[in-house]
Design a protein around this ligand. Structure first.
Ligand code: PFF
Length: 459
């Protein structure tokens, strides 16, 4: 096989904007609106946010460029792209593990991602029914607890979300997706602005913003640094081949550097807006910032319950959140689906169904960890306490598998691939290229290793 430029058998984006929209659709999702606020709350606020932002800038953006570069060079599913590129440069087969580990991580993430997306779907119905109108914090809390305590309801929503994801993936990533992202993402952005506007009226806006941005590094634990780095990978969809898979469908003339900056900027903005909307509501209602995965479901309904036209806005907001989750979910199984189509003589539809089923079954473990199995936990003294199945799957993928995948990608792009090929794909301003190459060769891998070493020391 050679990597002379040819089109991917899975199709190609219609242009730069289409790729930007798809990759942003993958990046912006539950990670920004559901996960970022709650892990910020669990890790004490400002200092965590600063570490997260640093990780986005000097680990995330360089790795995103490397992933797109590898994907466009290989033009295949991440597993086969890595196989092709390793054999081209006579590298050891072990480097193919990047593709495999990523594909497996994607499947695991999707399994619990779909469960949480199911919560968002359930909230569309609850919002539309007006149950949150002028309801108390206890009332809002009760509605959330009742939902997560009911495995059958969670399973029903998880099933619907997985069906939708499978259907979209089966049709191929371009159709429908481009339109959804083009119109719905800007709308989600507007909804967040409306929420931030509401937050300014709560009387605790400054307290919320202060919590988000004023850093007290003495409160920052090693575990928080690991979580911040893991989240930088998670939120930008890096380290598992999602962006590599999308890079394979990228036309040759698109600038990898510019697009990566734009995607990272859009993703970060959405997360920060979500934080600015949520923390003022938390403080104004004397809620707990460290409430955990239920945080947005226990805060936003209070805001929607109080504002004018809150039922409408709230319904629209959760519909948009579900779409944001869908455009991320499809990128989570795209690597595996593309590989099955390439290697196993199955149609795209069959591949999507197999993978959808696998994620669905695995998701049942996460569903039960919020109720029947909530006591099934394990701990590592001094590091993790009482991890449920959901916590374990999330921690294993976001905090370990994705950064590890990213580390391998950085080493491969920075040290093992022939540099003229790398340069040929990246094609950007010479100084910018030098900065990127230096980062991906030395700084990015070193930082990931340092964070990992600290983690090991703790264990
Ligand atoms: N970036 C997505 C989010 O923030 O919700 C989640 C995600 C998608 C993670 C795709 C990893 C991935 F490959």
């Amino acid at each position: 096989m050679s990597s002379e430029f040819r089109l991917s058998i899975h199709g190609q984006w219609s242009g730069r904007l289409a790729f930007f929209l798809a990759a942003t659709g993958s990046a912006v999702g539950l990670g920004n609106i559901w996960k970022f606020p709650y892990i910020t709350g669990e890790n004490g606020g400002g200092a965590f946010v600063i570490v997260y932002l640093i990780c986005i800038a000097i680990i995330g953006v360089p790795i995103m460029m490397a992933e797109i570069m590898l994907g466009r060079r290989g033009r295949l599913s991440p597993i086969n792209t890595m196989a092709l590129l390793t054999s081209e440069d006579n590298r050891h087969k072990i480097w193919r593990a990047i593709g495999w580990m990523g594909a497996i991580a994607g499947l695991i993430i999707l399994s619990y991602y779909s469960v949480i997306a199911g919560w968002a779907m359930a909230y569309v119905v609850r919002m539309a029914s007006g149950v949150f109108l002028a309801s108390t914090t206890d009332g809002v809390n009760g509605i959330f607890t009742a939902l997560t305590a009911d495995p059958e309801r969670l399973l029903a929503w998880h099933t619907i979300f997985m069906l939708l994801t499978t259907m979209i993936v089966a049709r191929g990533v371009q159709h429908g997706l481009e339109r959804a992202v083009r119109y719905l993402m800007p709308l989600l952005f507007v909804m967040l602005l409306i929420l931030v506007g509401y937050a300014t009226s709560t009387g605790a806006f400054l307290q919320g913003v202060n919590y988000l941005f004023s850093a007290d590094f003495s409160k920052l634990s090693t575990e928080s640094v690991v979580v911040a780095m893991g989240h930088a990978f998670f939120t930008l969809s890096l380290g598992m081949g999602a962006i590599m898979a999308y890079g394979a469908y990228l036309p040759k003339d698109v600038s990898i550097a510019k697009t990566s900056f734009a995607i990272a900027a859009a993703d970060t903005l959405v997360a920060l807006l979500a934080g600015m909307a949520i923390f003022p509501i938390v403080f104004a209602n004397a809620l707990e910032p460290a409430a955990g995965p239920g945080l947005i479901f226990q805060t936003l309904p209070i805001a929607f319950g109080q504002m004018d036209a809150g039922t409408l806005f709230g319904t629209v907001f959760f519909v948009l959140l579900v779409f944001a989750a869908l455009t991320s979910a499809i990128s989570l199984i795209e690597p595996m689906v593309a590989w099955l189509v390439e290697n196993k003589n199955v149609t795209r539809i069959q591949a999507a169904v197999y993978m959808g089923l696998a994620a669905w079954v695995l998701g049942i473990g996460s569903i039960l960890s919020f109720n029947v199995w909530s006591n099934v936990t394990w701990s590592i003294p001094g590091l993790f306490k009482d991890l449920t199945i959901f916590d374990t799957l999330d921690g294993l993928t976001a905090n370990i598998m994705l950064p590890l995948g990213g580390l391998f990608i950085a080493i491969f792009a920075g040290h093992l691939m022939a540099e003229h090929k790398v340069k040929d794909e990246i094609q950007t301003h010479p100084t910018l290229y030098k900065v990127w190459f230096y980062l991906i060769r030395y700084v990015t891998p070193l930082l990931v290793i340092i964070v990992f070493l600290n983690l090991i020391k703790l264990i």
